[in-house]
Each structure stands twice: as C-alpha cells, then as structure tokens.
Design a protein around this ligand. Structure first.
Ligand SMILES: Nc1ncnc2c1ncn2[C@@H]1O[C@H](COP(=O)(O)OP(=O)(O)O)[C@@H](O)[C@H]1O
Ligand SMILES: [Mg+2]
Length: 298
C-alpha cells in the first residue's frame, strides 16, 4: 500500500531528474554549437604572422535571427602582449566582440586583423593556432585527459601534452588521479570539478601556445578547492601573450592594462582603471557597484 502510494511520486521525481539533466545536456550542446565557427577558409588564404597587433576597425555585426546589430561601429587595437578587459552590462556585446576577434564569426562590415592580415584571409590552421578562445566552462569529450588535450593539437606528442600541463602548473594535480593523464574523464566525469575541467581547458590552450588568448570569464565562482589553482594557471597562461578577457571580477579588471566598456553595441569608454574612474561615467558607476557587491554582474 505504502509502496504503491510512493511509486508514482518516485517515478515523477525520477522523470524530473531526467528532464533536468536532459536540459543541462541541451544547454551544453547549444554552447558548443555556439562556438562552432560559421566561417570558411578563403581559397587564397595566407598564414598569419607569429605575432602582431589585433586590430578591430569599424565593425558591424548582427546575429542571423536578430533585426538589430549586436555590435555597431566598434574599433579597437590591442597591442602585442597587452591585457585588455571587456566590461559592461549583460547583452552589451562583450562576448560577441570577443568571438569576432577570434573569427568565430565574420563582421557584416569592417575588419578584424592580426599582424595586418585580415582574419578572413588567414588559413584556418594559422588562425586557430595564433588565436585561442578559452570558453567559460571547460568541456570534456569522451576519452582520457590526454585525449582531451590532443583535441587542440592532434599531432601533439605525449611529452608536448605533459609540458602543456606543466606550463599551467597542473602536473601534480593530475598526477593525483590513479591513472594520471590516462584517466577516463567520462568514468570520472561527474567527479571532475568545474575547476578541474577549467584546468583541462587551460592546458589545451597552453598546448597550442597561441599569441592571443581570448577568455570569457565565468560569472559564478569556482569550487574553493581549485579556484586558486585555476587563478594560478591563468596567470601563467596569460604571461607573454596578448589577452582579451570578458571580465566579471574586479581582480581581473585591476590586472588589465586597459579596460573597454562595452555598452549598447559600442565601446563607450576605453582607458586604464584610473583614467576611466576620472571620466566619472559608465566605468565609475560599475566600479562603484563592484565596491559594494565585491563582484561584477555579467
Ligand atoms: N547566438 C546568438 N544569437 C542571437 N542573438 C545573440 C546570440 N548571442 C548573443 N546574442 C544577442 O547579441 C547581443 C549581445 O550579446 P553578447 O555579446 O552575448 O553580450 P554580453 O556578452 O555583453 O552579455 C544581445 O542582445 C544578445 O541577446
Ligand atoms: Mg557574455
């Protein structure tokens, strides 16, 4: 009697769990699809140079489904080795600008250049090895940790994979796993923390060794256990590279050389932390809000 009463409830709650995890999987799928480039290699494409400025000029961009542009009249040059933070309200266009800088999309008008080469004229191989996007959430594919790094560079030797992990200071962390880098992430999958997935994503980027790193900082805090390790890994990965980071944390903004405030499809303000504070505009308002909440919204 009791069990027949509780069974349907239990079934319902199981169904609810299933629906929930299907929802999570779908979100993940969409976020991957979102990162799939909708661009082709030009038949006369050339190799990007080893290094150079990243230059955005008069960019206009609208998503297919949208009648209004996500970016309109955006120009900015990021110097070699410069750290630029993008800040601003949700929906302003920060992530879109970051994606255009890696040619995940092409602008409808205007250009994005690296080392004076229009990204539309770059070979996909040189583009993906010069400019790397680290997504908000480290995503793992079925296979070992090693396989998950090799996705970034199919020809990487074991030694290169190990030095990618060493480059971000995560050697010891993965050595703790009983199978080390041969640990199956799927079996272990649910036990890999968000921070550990992020370490895999950062090691992938280190393996590619790009000139430009594009980061979309996670809005939520990582597990305290790995947060410091991820911070440290990021610090090491950013050293010596040009970095564009969509920033949600005050500490990230404070480490940047310059800050661009993206507001309503444009760059509204551009300068150092103190220059922008002195403007007493958007940035000053944001900085005030962070000072009160110790975090940044979107
Ligand atoms: N894949 C997409 N398809 C259609 N519209 C999008 C897509 N991604 C973002 N947008 C829209 O483009 C605008 C800019 O978004 P986004 O660059 O993500 O802003 P931010 O990163 O500053 O929050 C918003 O209006 C957003 O709704
Ligand atoms: Mg965004």
């Amino acid at each position: 009697m009791l069990s027949s009463l509780f069974d349907p409830v239990q079934q319902l709650s199981q169904l609810y769990n299933t629906v929930q995890s299907a929802g999570a999987a779908l979100n993940k799928l969409f976020s991957i699809l979102d990162a799939v480039p909708e661009v082709d290699e030009h038949p006369a494409a050339i190799e990007l140079p080893e290094t150079g400025e990243l230059k955005v000029t008069g960019v206009l961009f609208a998503y297919d489904a949208s009648p209004v542009p996500a970016l309109d009249g955006v120009s900015i040059t990021v110097g070699v080795g410069e750290k630029l933070a993008l800040v601003g309200p949700t929906g302003a266009g920060k992530s879109t600008l970051a994606k255009l800088m890696a040619r995940l999309y092409d602008p409808a008008a205007g250009t994005v250049e690296f080392g004076d080469v229009n990204l539309k004229m770059a070979t996909m191989g040189s583009l993906r090895s010069r400019i790397v996007v680290v997504p908000q959430e480290g995503f793992l594919f079925n296979g070992t940790i090693r396989d998950n790094l090799r996705i970034a560079r199919a020809d990487a030797t074991d030694a290169e994979i190990e030095s990618g992990i060493a480059a971000i200071g995560a050697t010891e962390h993965f050595a703790q796993f009983s199978d080390g880098l041969d640990t199956q992430v799927r079996e272990r999958g649910s036990r890999l923390s968000a921070g550990e997935r992020q370490l895999v994503a950062l090691a992938r980027a280190a393996l590619v060794d790009p000139a430009v790193l594009i980061l979309d900082e996670a809005t939520s805090n990582l597990d305290p256990g790995t947060e410091a390790e991820v911070e440290h890994a990021l610090e090491r990965l950013m050293t010596g590279r040009t970095v564009i980071v969509v920033a949600h944390r005050l500490s990230t903004v404070q480490r940047a050389d310059r800050i661009a405030v993206v507001a309503d499809t444009r760059i509204a303000e551009l300068g150092t932390h103190s220059e922008l504070l002195a403007l007493n505009g958007h940035y000053a308002q944001l900085a005030n809000a962070w000072a009160q909440s110790h975090s940044i919204t979107s």
